[in-house]
Design a protein around this ligand. Structure first.
Ligand SMILES: NC(=O)c1ccc[n+]([C@@H]2O[C@H](COP(=O)([O-])OP(=O)(O)OC[C@H]3O[C@@H](n4cnc5c(N)ncnc54)[C@H](O)[C@@H]3O)[C@@H](O)[C@H]2O)c1
Length: 258
């Protein structure tokens, strides 16, 4: 792939794995300079090498999205290196299993800190730069953001919160020219899905695939394509949208035949 570079600067959290990684590749392919953000910068290095070999401009930034100082520093470095910010994508996330009685309180706090506060902190520190360039903000929530899910109390609460937050961003910052939207995938083939399916008490992959009208999990690239659309001029009138990418799973009660 020969990349035609543009002026776009993107900031992608959770870029070392799964959906965030796929988003980083997708945005780099359309010519954006991409700041790759994750907990451990060493895990980003092979991605940086691969993207730079294709002609992309990237940087790898170690950042814990649950820390305001860490997020502020990462966004500051991105703007310092690339000159501004057009696109912020929040794909960093964790999933802990359990209901409110069985799961430890620490799981509740950490899940909210990473998934919800992490999205808030990126919005908070990125917004002045996005306003300056009339940019776009995209968060990854989940189908667990639009309905309950047995045994995922903290995760569901955090993902419902992300949708509420993004709707407020759309109202508060739309008038300043920033569009904010949220993507809600059901199961996606990533290390997070593998980890969840290996946990005790969780149903099998086949069980979840049978609940999806399309009969399979999404690929990370299928979610990244939606993020790319929502953060592009093709979606220039799309603001506050809750975009479910779930193969029809939440469209209604589905019963697989046969
Ligand atoms: N995989 C799925 O089935 C699925 C479904 C719906 C929604 N999601 C959501 O999509 C997002 C991406 O998930 P994924 O499947 O790619 O997961 P993943 O585990 O493959 O990748 C998540 C990345 O986030 C990073 N991360 C975790 N905590 C962080 C922190 N505090 N600071 C910075 N980075 C941190 C991890 O290191 C990892 O690289 C998550 O928000 C997840 O909840 C995933």
């Amino acid at each position: 792939m020969d990349i035609m570079q543009t002026d776009e600067v993107a900031f992608v959290t959770g870029a070392a794995s799964g959906i965030g990684r796929a988003v980083a590749f997708r945005l780099a392919a359309r010519g954006a300079a991409v700041a790759l953000v994750d907990l451990d910068a060493r895990k980003l290095e092979p991605i940086v090498r691969e993207l730079e070999a294709r002609g992309a401009r990237t940087s790898a930034l170690a950042c814990d999205v649950s820390s305001s100082d860490s997020v502020q520093a990462a966004i500051g470095r991105t703007v310092g290196e690339f000159g501004g910010l057009d696109t912020a994508v929040c794909a960093a996330g964790i999933a802990r299993i359990g209901d409110v009685v069985s799961a430890p309180e620490d799981d509740w706090h950490r899940t909210l800190a990473v998934n919800l506060t992490g999205t808030y902190l990126v919005a908070r520190h990125a917004m002045p730069h996005l306003v300056h360039r009339k940019g776009a903000f995209v968060a990854i929530s989940s189908d667990a953001g639009v309905r309950g899910s047995t045994g995922f109390a903290a995760y569901c609460a955090s993902k419902h919160g992300v949708i509420g937050l993004v709707r407020c961003l759309a109202l508060d910052h739309g008038p300043q020219g920033v569009r904010a939207n949220v993507v809600c995938p059901s199961f996606v083939d990533t290390p997070m899905a593998d980890q969840l399916l290996a946990a005790p008490g969780v149903q099998s992959r086949a069980f979840y695939e049978r609940r999806a009208p399309l009969g399979r999990f999404a690929q990370p690239e299928e979610v990244a394509n939606v993020v790319a659309h929502l953060s592009s001029d093709e979606a220039s009138y799309t603001n506050g949208m809750v975009y479910v990418v779930d193969g029809g799973t939440t469209a209604g009660t589905f019963e697989a035949k046969g």
